[in-house]
Design a protein around this ligand. Sequence first.
Ligand SMILES: [Zn+2]
Length: 348
Amino acid sequence: MDCSLSNLIASNSSWNLDLFRLWVPEEIIDQIVSVPPPHPSSGLNRIIWRATSTNTFSLNSAYGKVCEGTLNPNEVFWRIPWKFKCPHRTCFFIWLVLKQMLLTNIERIRRGSGSSSACGICGHVLEDMMHTLKDCLAAKGVWDKIIPKQTLSSFYSGSLLDWMATNLQNQMTSSTGGIDWSCLFGIIAWRIWKNRNMFVFQGISWSVEEIIKISFSWAKQYSSISLISKFEARSTLPNWPMSNSWVCLNTGGSVKIDEGFAATGGCVRDHKGEWIIGFARYLGNCSVLEVEFLGILDGLNLTADRCFQKFLIQTDSIEAIEAIMEDDTRISNSTIIRRIHHMLKKLE
Ligand SMILES: [Zn+2]
């Protein structure tokens, strides 16, 4: 087009639309009509950002502009991931799904980082979230085993978002052995996605039975923990002595055998379950049982220093407790157990 902008303005200072019509279609003309043509009284041209009231650019407003009409953060829909009762990592996963942010092969192609849009597990030509979580052979194998036959067709119908919303808001427990369905559904969906990633990146594949078993286990564990209200957790610990002269010593340890890394820690709480003092210590390279013993010993030293009258020791290692109790009547071969016995006698 060999003309300047001034050539496109008619003598009456309006756009020369007949000239425009030579090059652009009518729908574009409709948009140009509403734009005021350049005029000497308009002053110099300036670049402004119309998405903010101050006409200055911000990333926030640009993102809002891009999502305009497609995303309303105030919709009830977006509260689902944070309202349904499930482990936090699963909630976060569901949020990513609803935001359509999982890096499936289709999404990787869209972002210019993938070479194939096909599913790496079943070979389906398009691997999107709907395929991975619902329609892939790997996913179907799991859902088919869990969903009752008479409801299978309705389970598989609907868009991805409808499917997620329906199941995440369904708190039926009748067909899941007392486990909240929304929780189990979220965990299974997350597990299917993890399984897909393990297969793609590490060549590892879990069987359908393993996925179902571990998902049920997670859901059961979560349900049993969430059943204990905060009040109960604080005041009705098992075997908790109610007298206010008691304190409770909780100890535990962690060992990374391959890396030779071990640490122990614990805390002392009063008769109401309130925190009094805590401790943690790096132990280098030692066995699981030694870590438990050292945790108890550290805790006893801490308790002795503060002259508590009566205390209860709680640990998750039955082996450690049995070893301490067994050797109680004789001199133990283990230095740590001898020191624990010494401390126990001192505290009596
Ligand atoms: Zn597939």
